[in-house]
Ligand binder design. Sequence first.
Ligand code: SAM
Length: 252
Amino acid sequence: MQRYFVEPGNMIAEKVTITGDDVSHITKVMRSSIGDKLICCNGLGRCVMARIEEMTKEYVSCTVVEEMSETRELPVHLTLAQGLPKGDKMDWIIQKGTELGVFAILPFRSSRTIVQLDQKKEEKRIDRWSKIAKEAAEQSHRNRVPEIHKLYSWKQLLAEGQSYDLVLFAFEKEDGLSVHQALTEISREHHPSRILLIVGPEGGFSDEEAREASAAGFRSVMLGRRILRTETAGLYGLACVSYFYEQLGGGD
Ligand code: SAM
């Protein structure tokens, strides 16, 4: 059954209104009819099965038939802070990260970032990345669409990290602590609700940035024994967290 994400304000009580590009997908691509059913999610965790009541060129209005209780979200909110990569690697990172359950993506600039984005370019990229996240969330039957943050500086990221229960700083020179060990350690104290995983750009992190991350209380972790491309590293880290909580039942 086709799944669509709607703005939270378009899913009130038993009424759902679908607008934008999804309208032509329903009417022209899926060639749906009045009475057909589809799944709608408000991006904040509520998903419903709904019946089509009215279709126009501008909107499709539906009535809720059933609340969908199944959740496909990770039991922790895992945000990936991704060093801005070159080219269209971020498209890939966002699509695969969404399938792996990422809660939000936070692009940042650091000392070895190559890409220069002016305000206009940044807004266009974030708009495109948000569309990729929405499509990947629909395809992977997520209950929510990962948020794409605005571009952070390294200093802003150091400050932002203070609001997380655990910050995993993926450092290519780290050969001690694994993600599994870091999650096991914190789970002995409490079940973290917000985790931040930080991955550097193609050029990696400077020793100064590693020192600043450590001073900020971030846990420097290794992602296996090989040097991963930036577009692989975050996915490896996400898979470790998913495996720990969804396969091993970590924290239960
Ligand atoms: N320029 C670095 C070098 O040659 O050693 C490689 C940087 S790597 C392409 C990009 C980012 O992926 C790193 O900054 C780090 O965040 C992450 N990464 C890659 N392999 C890793 C590993 N084995 N352990 C921890 N982090 C890793």
